[in-house]
Design a protein around this ligand. Structure first.
Ligand code: 5GP
Length: 202
């Protein structure tokens, strides 16, 4: 998705070989026009899939998910992160190790919001090791609902998450795919026989 790639090129900050900071348009300040375009793009990619629910995780997944939900005209659920949890009967729970925070969280959704027969689109901002996406998929599977696919804004293709998700048989749609963050530069994965790179600036 060109608009997202342009934003990454102009405003993304390469913090290390593993981490890209996108605080000015996704993770802290948010760009509503970009989020709207992302919603349209996901809706287009999943328009044949009879999506009934969108599932994301708080907090950075919520903005793109709500825009996709608006386009597809379906409800959006965000899984909540909780460090300690009193297990209750009306929640589905999974454990996710956070790549950026280096800690484990329980993630939960209320059982009433995803049920058998739902076709669920999972959306998140980044894909690194795949823990968040796989945790969300686990919640959907506990509900015996169908996972129509996983939509990601920024896939870091050099980390294992993408391969892992595909090997589990899930459909993965990433709007921007990054091949490398080495030497302070964003190198996008090849698309249409083109290769783009830039020096990560501030
Ligand atoms: P995973 O579970 O795939 O290892 O990591 C995904 C989660 O970690 C995302 O929800 C996102 O919040 C965070 N994350 C992973 N890599 C990055 C990164 O390079 N930059 C930012 N800003 N967040 C990241």
């Amino acid at each position: 998705m060109d608009l997202l790639k342009q934003k990454i090129e102009t405003e993304g900050i390469v913090l290390s070989e593993d981490v890209l900071k996108v605080d000015s348009f996704i993770n802290h300040q948010m760009d509503p026009n970009l989020m709207k375009a992302i919603g349209v793009e996901f809706a287009e990619r999943f328009k044949e899939d009879k999506i009934t629910k969108i599932l994301t995780i708080e907090s950075s997944g919520i903005a793109p998910a709500i825009m996709a939900g608006l386009e597809l005209n379906v409800p959006v659920i965000f899984a909540r992160k909780r460090k300690s949890l009193t297990l209750t009967d009306d929640l589905y729970t999974s454990t996710v190790y956070s790549f950026t925070k280096q800690e484990s969280n329980n993630i939960t959704i209320s059982k009433q919001f995803i049920t058998e027969g739902d076709n669920v689109l999972i959306i998140d901002d980044f894909l690194a090791n795949g823990q968040a996406a796989i945790g969300l998929a686990d919640l959907v599977e506990q509900a015996k609902a169908n996972i129509s696919g996983i939509g990601i804004l920024i896939e870091k293709s050099f980390q294992p998450g993408a391969e892992d998700i595909i090997s589990k048989g899930y459909r993965l749609e990433s709007l921007a795919r990054i091949a490398s963050l080495k030497h302070g530069k964003v190198q996008f994965a090849k698309e249409h026989h083109q290769e783009n790179s830039y020096s990560g600036g501030r």
